[in-house]
Ligand binder design. Structure first.
Ligand code: GLC
Length: 398
């Protein structure tokens, strides 16, 4: 008799393509479908749902009151987040969710975001299903409000049967009992789509009066205060007088109501007179191509980044990285071998590191090559899938 196929129901509160949701999409698309059948439940419709449908993965939308669903993790620390009316709506939602889970009848409920961990976790338990919490956020007070940290750490001990963390740094913040640690599954990426990329930089133009093609330093990610686009721009202002041929690109957009910050960042470019030097590329789905055309990736988070998928993407594209030292980042970047690490929130240190790499093309190339090797050995999606699937197997065996 063939082995049974186990159904996994993934739950996430958002359908925006933010880091954790991109990681989820990637994971689901690489599952061994001869053993695991994925289905996804989201609390809202949107780009993630579209991509899943296009990939032929069943998606169900169970709409959560948008006022609750759009509460940011920062606002969740304020007492207004827990008003009676909202609590009532949440309870009703949990009951609906429990019914949806029972109808879907999965072997495992896999929750992928904080709101899904709580609401999907409780509903999953009420439906009598084992729950896995997949944690992409650090449970610390520099990242989440103190109240949320407390609640999450408590629930962590009672709701999930198993916990997956996206880095050792994230796992350390969970304070789990050493006898029952989190499973670490770094969110990897697929090496295959990267094979046919165009040559790294535009071929040098050898015609007589040619202008040297400008070099590109790129930052990729959601535009929001803690991702540090402002620090990147301040570093650009320090670099520009010394390396006038270097251009700075910002790929990404404000996803969760952080438009005020985006406007401030655009204003900063004007104030510093960098309009011809810094460009905003908006949300892009061709990140591998953008990276392959860049000379260097900068990662500027000002609070410790839980993991930092874009760094892995840059390594896969064979590019050196300048990144801020915090959270999961030092687990990815090998200092001086695949990139340079700088303190968080320090434009001068960032500028110095960028200048060092831009002034040493041989070192930059060596870092890019070392990064690519490190990616192949440690950060492929195939490795992530293996770790997650073995978590499923051990849960099913219990
Ligand atoms: C979240 C984290 C980010 C991580 C991603 C995938 O978006 O903020 O650091 O790379 O999840 O785990």
């Amino acid at each position: 008799m063939p082995d049974p196929v186990y159904k996994i129901l993934y739950i996430d509160h958002t359908a925006q393509l933010s880091g954790a949701e991109l990681a989820l999409l990637n994971l689901i698309q690489h599952l061994d479908t001869s053993r695991f059948a994925p289905a996804v439940l989201l609390f809202t419709d949107g780009p993630l749902a579209d991509q899943l449908r296009r990939a032929g993965i069943p998606v169900q939308i169970l709409a959560l009151d948008s006022e609750i669903n759009n509460t940011t993790r920062h606002a969740a620390g304020k007492s207004s987040a827990l008003k009676l009316g909202k609590l009532f709506k949440m309870l009703r939602f949990i009951l609906k969710l429990r019914r949806a889970i029972s109808e879907s009848n999965p072997h495992i409920v896999h929750t992928n975001s904080l709101k899904a961990d709580i609401l999907g976790g409780i509903a999953g338990r009420l439906a009598g299903k084992p729950v896995i919490w997949h944690i992409h956020d650090r449970f610390t007070e520099d990242y989440l409000p103190r109240r949320v940290v407390k609640i999450m750490r408590r629930l962590l001990r009672v709701i999930p049967r198993a916990v997956i963390a996206n880095s050792r740094a994230t796992a350390e913040t969970l304070l789990l009992h050493p006898a029952k640690p989190a499973i670490i599954a770094d969110p990897g990426i697929d090496p295959l789509p990267l094979l046919p990329v165009p040559p790294p930089s535009p071929a040098p133009d050898t015609t007589v009066n040619s202008v040297r093609p400008s070099r590109r330093v790129i930052m990729v990610g959601r535009i929001c205060p803690w991702k540090g686009q402002d620090i990147f721009i301040r570093a650009a202002a320090l670099i520009h007088p010394q390396l006038p041929d270097v251009r700075f690109e910002i790929a990404g957009s404000a996803l969760f109501g952080e438009h005020i910050y985006e406007n401030q960042v655009r204003q900063l470019v004007q104030t510093l007179g960098l309009q011809n030097v810094v460009s905003f590329l908006g949300f892009r789905s061709d990140i591998p191509e953008l990276l392959s055309q860049a000379d260097l990736l900068v990662h500027a988070s000002t609070t410790p980044e839980p993991f930092g998928q874009v760094i892995v993407q840059a390594m896969a594209a064979g590019k050196p990285v300048v990144a801020t030292r915090g959270g999961g980042v030092p687990e990815i970047v090998l200092e001086t071998k695949t990139g340079l690490l700088v303190p968080m929130g320090d434009p001068s240190a960032m500028a110095a590191a960028i200048i060092t790499i831009m002034n040493n093309p041989d070192q930059a190339k060596a870092m890019g090559c070392a990064g690519e090797l490190r990616f192949i050995e440690n950060f492929t999606i195939q490795k992530t899938v293996q770790q997650v699937q073995s978590a499923y197997e051990s849960l099913i065996r219990i």
